[in-house]
Design a protein around this ligand. Structure first.
Ligand SMILES: [Zn+2]
Length: 812
C-alpha cells in the first residue's frame, strides 16, 4: 500500500511558463532605487552584494561548543556531523561575524568539506592503543549494541551503521567492529573499522561511526571488541529498503520545475483548490504577516563617529521611498542649524562657526530633525549604533531614502494572507487530520515545492489511483507550503540567506540599514513549549541573532497561525515540519536545558517504538525515489541527533496537543563514489538536485499520510508476552515483548493493572525495553495498549473488567 511514483509526467499547471532565470535571480533590478553607497555599511548586505556572507564549516570540540554557538545566536544550519576532532557544524556568517568567532577561539574552516575517513580513525585508534598499552589492563566492559544495520544509498552503494554503548565510559575505551561477507562467510571477512566516541553536553552517549561505512556486501553479523576486554556479536539488520508496491500505471507526479516564491506557490494552491472543489478547499489563516515591506532609510557619515541615519515613518511603498534628505554647509559664517521641508524633500542647513566651518554635531542634527514638526512627520532620525553624536555632522548631497526591497512589483508589499490547502473527501472534522507544513525558514527553498508536490499528487491521482483515493477519503489533510512568506520573498529577491521572518524588533541602536539582513524572528524558536524564556537551549534573545526567539512566546503571526490551525481542527493527530538540509528524520523532544542536559520529557517507550516503526516505512518511501538512505544516526529525537532547539513547533504540537510530530530535513548528504565521501548539499542546491530532494521527500510526506491512515484504521489489539531474561540465587530478571508499538502497564503486588500502574520504560536512549528484577517469586499482572488506544485482550483498565495477562516469575 505504498505510493512509489517512478514515471515522470508532464502535467502543466499555472505558473510553469515563467523562465527559471527570472525566478532564481536575486540580483537587484536596475530600475529599483539603489541606496547610496554610504547608506549600507559593510555588514550583512543584500544578495548580489553579500560581501562574503557564506556557509562556513566550524569544528567545535563537543556539544557544549555547539550550544555556545547556538546561545550566541550564530546562524547555524540544521546540520551536525561528528568528526575526529569534535563536531562539524555549518554557519552562515558575514566576514565580520566570522572574524568575531575566530577572535573568540572558534575553529573556522573555509570550505564545507567532508568527514574524516577510516584511515584517520585507524590513526586515532593506534594512538589510543599505544596510550592504553602503557596503562594497566582494565576489567572487561559490558557492550550494549543499540543499533546494527546496513542500508543502501544512491547508486546502490551499501553502508554499515553500528551504535554500541560501553559500560566503560572513559575516553580511552576503543571499540572495533568487524563484519562478515554475508551468511555462512568467515567472521571478519568483510572488514574491520574503529568506532568514534560520541559525547554530548559532557556526557558519554555511545560509540558510532562518524558517517556510515561503505561496504561491498551486506553482512549478516558484526562483532564488536573493546580494548577493555568486552566483546559481543550480533545480527545486522537491513535498515529501510522495505518493498514498495508498484504504483498504478496511471499515477502521475513531478509537478514542480523551478524554485517558486510564496506568491507563485499560493496562486498555485488556490488554482488547485478551484480545480478540485469536491476534495479540497483553501483555509485562510487568520493572522496576516507583517508583510514584505520595510521603512525607507538612508545613512550618513559612513559608519564612523559622526554616523547617523533617518527612517521613514511610513513603509517605503507607502511613500517612504519618495523622501529625500540633504545636509549642507550654508556657505556663510555663524549660520544657525535649521531644518526645512519642501514636499518630501528634507534639507538641513548645518550650523557654522565664525570661520564658516560646520560646527553642528550629529546629535544636534538628529535632535533638530526630530524637533522639526514637518520633518518629524516624515522621518525619525537616529544616531548610528553606539555613537554618542559628539562628532561634527557630515554634509550630504540630496539622497533618496529607500526600503531597499528588490522584488518585482507583482510581489505585494502588504501583509500577506497565508493560505493552507485542505484535502479530503469529508472535511467535517470526522477524519484523522494530518498537518504538513513547510518553509518556516525562508532560505530552505526546497521545502515549499515539496509540500506543493504532495498536494498536487493527492489531487491529480485521486480519480485514478486506489491508494491515493483511500488517503483522501480517509484523512483530513492540511498542507501549508509556505509558513514564512515575507522572509521567503526576501530570500528570493534580496538576501538569499534569510532564515527568519522580516519583522524588525530591534531598538534604534540596531535599526540602521546595515542591520536590515539581521532583523526578524526565527519562527521555529517562537513557540511556547521548552522555550528560551523557559530556560531551554538553542534560541537567542538578541534581535539580530538568526535564532532570535522573538520578544515573547508566540509573538509572531506566522507561529500563531500554526497554533490556530491545530486548535481550530482538533482532529489533527499528526504533523510534519519540513526543513532543510542534511537528511534527518526527527521527533520530540526537541530541546533541553544546557545545564545537566535536562530534556523535555522523552516520549514513552510505546510511542518511541511507534516513531521507529513509522520511520522505517516513511524513510523506505524516501529511498524509493532515487535510492537515498537516511542514516540511522540521523533518525531519532532531535537532541539525540542534532541539537537543542528551544521553542520549536513540533514540541508545541506534541506537548500541548498530543499531536505526533516529525521533522524532516530534506537534502541528505550525497555520496560521491569517486571521492568516497559524503558531501553536504546546502540550502539552495542547483534546481536539478533540489528537484530530486522535493520528489523523494514528497514520497516521505505521502508515506506519513499512509502511516496516519493505518492509525485511523487500526482496530487490532496488541499482544504481549513476559520474557524471562535471567535468574540467579534469590533473583529473577524479566521484561516484556509486544507484537507492535504499544505501552505495557504492570503490577508486581498481585493487584489488577490499571493505566496508573507502572509503565514499561526503555532501558536508555536508543536501547530496548527495560529489564525488571525481583527478589522473590512474584505474580506479574499486565496489559498493553497500542498507540491508537486498542487494549490487549479486550481488557478495560478503567473498570478492571475483562482479561489482563498474569504470570508468576520464580527466582532461581
Ligand atoms: Zn529550518
Amino acid at each position: 500500500m505504498r505510493i512509489v511514483p517512478r514515471r515522470r509526467s508532464r502535467q502543466l499547471a499555472v505558473g510553469l511558463a515563467i523562465p527559471i532565470a527570472l525566478v532564481l535571480s536575486p540580483l537587484p533590478s536596475l530600475a529599483d532605487p539603489v541606496p547610496p553607497v554610504s547608506a549600507v555599511p559593510a555588514d550583512r548586505q543584500p544578495a548580489g552584494a553579500q560581501n562574503g556572507v557564506a556557509l562556513i564549516r566550524i569544528i567545535v570540540p563537543d556539544q557544549a561548543g555547539v550550544d555556545r554557538l547556538n546561545d550566541m545566536g550564530v546562524d547555524l544550519a540544521e546540520y551536525k556531523k561528528p568528526t575526529d576532532e569534535g563536531l562539524e557544524v555549518h554557519a552562515v556568517l558575514s566576514p565580520e561575524e566570522a572574524q568575531a568567532l575566530r577572535d573568540q577561539g572558534f575553529d573556522l574552516r573555509g570550505t564545507i568539506s567532508d568527514q574524516s575517513d577510516v584511515a584517520e580513525n585507524q590513526a586515532q585508534r593506534r594512538q589510543a592503543l599505544a596510550r592504553i598499552a602503557a596503562a594497566e589492563a582494565a576489567d572487561s566492559d559490558k557492550l550494549t549494541v543499540l543499533r546494527s544495520e546496513w542500508f543502501t544509498n544512491t547508486g546502490n552503494q551499501r553502508f554499515l551503521s553500528v551504535e554500541v554503548k560501553s559500560s566503560a565510559v572513559d575516553a580511552e575505551t576503543v571499540l572495533t567492529v568487524s563484519w562478515d561477507n554475508g551468511p555462512g562467510t568467515e567472521p571478519g571477512s568483510g572488514g574491520t573499522a574503529t568506532m568514534s566516541r560520541f559525547t554530548d553536553a559532557g556526557q558519554y552517549m555511545y560509540h558510532r561511526f562518524n558517517s556510515p561505512l561503505p561496504i561491498n556486501t551486506a553482512p549478516s553479523k558484526v562483532t564488536i571488541t573493546s580494548n577493555r576486554g568486552g566483546t559481543v556479536t550480533v545480527d545486522v539488520k537491513e535498515w529501510l529498503g522495505a518493498p514498495q508496491k508498484a504504483p498504478s500505471p496511471h499515477y502521475v507526479s513531478d509537478f514542480v520545475d523551478h524554485y517558486m516564491d510564496p506568491t507563485e506557490i499560493t496562486e498555485r494552491i488556490v488554482g488547485l483548490a478551484a480545480e478540485f472543489p469536491k476534495i479540497s478547499e483553501i483555509v485562510d489563516l487568520p493572522y496576516k504577516t507583517n508583510g514584505y515591506r520595510r521603512l525607507a532609510q538612508a545613512q550618513f557619515g559612513g559608519t564612523g563617529a559622526a554616523a547617523f541615519y533617518v527612517s521613514s515613518k511610513v513603509y517605503g511603498h507607502e511613500g517612504g521611498n519618495d523622501i529625500t534628505f540633504a545636509a549642507t554647509n550654508p556657505g556663510s559664517a555663524n549660520s544657525p542649524l535649521s531644518v526645512a521641508v519642501n514636499g518630501k524633500a528634507i534639507s538641513v542647513s548645518l550650523g557654522t562657526d565664525a570661520a564658516g566651518a560646520v560646527n553642528s554635531t550629529s546629535k544636534q542634527v538628529v535632535d533638530a530633525v526630530n524637533a522639526s514638526a514637518p520633518a518629524a512627520a516624515l522621518v525619525k532620525a537616529s544616531l548610528y549604533r553606539a555613537n554618542t553624536g559628539a562628532a561634527v555632522a557630515p554634509t550630504a548631497a540630496t539622497t533618496p531614502l529607500t526600503d531597499g526591497l528588490k522584488a518585482p512589483a507583482n510581489i505585494s508589499r502588504e501583509p500577506f494572507q497565508t493560505k493552507a490547502i485542505r484535502i479530503g473527501r469529508d472535511r467535517d472534522g470526522s477524519k484523522t487530520g494530518v498537518f504538513l507544513y513547510c518553509q518556516e525558514h525562508a532560505r530552505e527553498w526546497v521545502t515549499p515545492i515539496t509540500c506543493l508536490e504532495t498536494a498536487e499528487r493527492l489531487l491529480r491521482n485521486y480519480a485514478h489511483d486506489r491508494t491515493t483515493k483511500d488517503l483522501v477519503d480517509d484523512l483530513d489533510i492540511f498542507i501549508l507550503p509556505v509558513t514564512n512568506p515575507d522572509g521567503a520573498h526576501y530570500s528570493f529577491y534580496d538576501f538569499n540567506s534569510q532564515r527568519r521572518n522580516m519583522t524588525n524588533h530591534c531598538p534604534e541602536n540596531n535599526g540602521d540599514p546595515g542591520r536590515r539582513n539581521s532583523w526578524g524572528v526565527d519562527l521555529n524558536r517562537n513557540f511556547s513549549v521548552g522555550s528560551l524564556t523557559d530556560g531551554y537551549s538553542g534560541a537567542s534573545a538578541s534581535c539580530t541573532s538568526d535564532t532570535f526567539a522573538g520578544p515573547a512566546e508566540l509573538s509572531e503571526p506566522e507561529a500563531k497561525n500554526e497554533v490556530w490551525l491545530t486548535h481550530q481542527f482538533p482532529n489533527i493527530k499528526f504533523a510534519m515540519n519540513t526543513h532543510s538540509y542534511g537528511g534527518y528524520f526527527m521527533w520530540p523532544p526537541g530541546a533541553y536545558k544546557a545545564a545537566g542536559r535536562e530534556l523535555l520529557p522523552r516520549v514513552d517507550f510505546g510511542t518511541e517504538n511507534y516513531f521507529w516503526d513509522a520511520s522505517s516505512e516513511i524513510l523506505s518511501a524516501v529511498q524509493a525515489w532515487r535510492g537515498t538512505g537516511i542514516w540511522p544516526g540521523r533518525t531519532g529525537p532531535v537532541p539525540d541527533v542534532l541539537y537543542s532547539a528551544a521553542g520549536n513547533s513540533a514540541d508545541e504540537h506534541w506537548y500541548n496537543r498530543g499531536i505526533i510530530g516529525w521533522d524532516f530535513e530534506v537534502g541528505a548528504d550525497l555520496w560521491n563514489p569517486t571521492t568516497k565521501r559524503f558531501e553536504p548539499v546546502g540550502f539552495q542546491p542547483p534546481f536539478a538536485e533540489g528537484h530530486q530532494e522535493a520528489m523523494e521527500f514528497s514520497n516521505g510526506q505521502i508515506a506519513i499520510l499512509k502511516v496516519a491512515g493505518e492509525f485511523a484504521d487500526d482496530g487490532k489489539r496488541p499482544t504481549s508476552s513476559l520474557v524471562k531474561v535471567s535468574s540467579g540465587p534469590g533473583t529473577a530478571t524479566f521484561t516484556f515483548s509486544v507484537n507492535e508499538a504499544a505501552n505495557v502497564y504492570y503490577t508486581l503486588d498481585g493487584s489488577k493493572p490499571t493505566i496508573q500502574s507502572t509503565k514499561l520504560e526503555q532501558a536508555g536512549m536508543r536501547e530496548g525495553a527495560a529489564h525488571i528484577t525481583v527478589d522473590k517469586n512474584t505474580t506479574v499482572n499486565w496489559f498493553s495498549v497500542d498507540i491508537a488506544g486498542n487494549v490487549e485482550r479486550n481488557y478495560d483498565p478503567a473498570t478492571g473488567t475483562g482479561n489482563y495477562s498474569s504470570k508468576v516469575v520464580k527466582v532461581g
